[in-house]
Design a binder for this molecule. Structure first.
Ligand SMILES: Nc1ncnc2c1ncn2[C@@H]1O[C@H](COP(=O)(O)OP(=O)(O)O)[C@@H](O)[C@H]1O
Ligand SMILES: [Mg+2]
Length: 247
């Protein structure tokens, strides 16, 4: 049984009289412990997919099944609970709270999930991410790369089964990008976390076991992705279904 299953997902935004079809029938599956990259041009629906998979918005049609649970069937409270316990989010713009120092920004994820602090794990990820000496600083006192690493620590601190990352290296230089990608990969491998990472960057996409290419709200084969300069043949539309590439 796949760990994440998206079936015919549809989402239309309405702004005044204008309708934008952000997703028009997206289906794929991801097995547990896989690292999936989602690539595609701006406006192709990647972030919309991220919000739907994370239960942050509802689809107009289709289904999302996570670990055997159809999330549309859950009550709002149950879905919120599932999200807090099971999913770690990394947003492109960090979304750190400006008044809290880095340590509190990370620990807040534990409070929200009503989980207790695992000091060893906290120490380990902050060390690996190179932020252990920056924990007393507020976001404004941190570089963009440090802020993103704090945001990643916050996403990982609960050891979530699923990590959803929307362009986590979008604002970073190559050194910081490597730190973030390396941590995602390590966390994926050591904790068997399922990672779904949206990225513009073909090099970052290479961290994935599978690559899903999006265009105009649909999954397309890689050769139809104009920005794709890589050389993978991951089967395109069926990319999610049992096509693990060797690392
Ligand atoms: N909240 C919104 N209201 C209206 N249109 C939106 C909204 N969010 C996204 N869109 C539109 O939906 C399409 C897909 O957007 P998005 O999922 O953000 O794509 P991507 O992340 O690939 O750039 C785009 O045309 C975008 O303008
Ligand atoms: Mg986006």
């Amino acid at each position: 049984m796949p760990f994440i299953e998206a079936v015919d997902l549809r989402k239309t935004y309405r702004v005044g009289k204008v309708e934008v079809q952000a997703l028009c029938g997206v289906s794929f599956t991801v097995d547990k412990g896989k690292f999936v990259s989602v690539v595609g041009p701006s406006g192709s629906g990647k972030s919309t997919l991220f919000y739907l998979l994370g239960g942050l918005t509802r689809p107009d049609g289709g289904r999302i099944v996570i670990d055997g649970e159809d999330i549309a069937q859950l009550s709002d409270a149950e879905r919120t609970r599932m999200r807090k316990r099971k999913i770690g989010f990394v947003f492109q713009k960090f979304n750190l709270l400006p008044t809290l120092d880095a340590r509190s920004n990370i620990e807040i994820a534990l409070d929200i999930a009503e989980a207790s602090l695992d000091r060893t794990y906290f120490g380990r990820i902050t060390e690996l991410l190179g932020i252990s000496k920056r924990l007393a600083h507020r976001p404004a006192e941190l570089s963009g790369g440090e802020q993103q690493r704090v945001a990643l620590a916050r996403a990982l601190i609960n050891q979530p089964a699923i990590v959803l990352a929307d362009e986590p290296t979008g604002n970073l230089d190559s050194k910081n990008s490597e730190a973030v990608l390396g941590m995602l990969r390590q966390s994926n491998q050591e904790l068997a976390q399922t990672v779904l990472m949206i990225t513009h960057n073909p090099e970052a996409a290479e961290y994935g076991d599978q690559i899903i290419h999006m265009r105009d709200g649909q999954i397309v084969p890689p050769e139809q992705d104009p920005q794709w300069t890589g050389h993978h043949d991951d089967g395109g539309r069926g990319a999610g279904a049992g096509d693990p590439r060797s690392r």
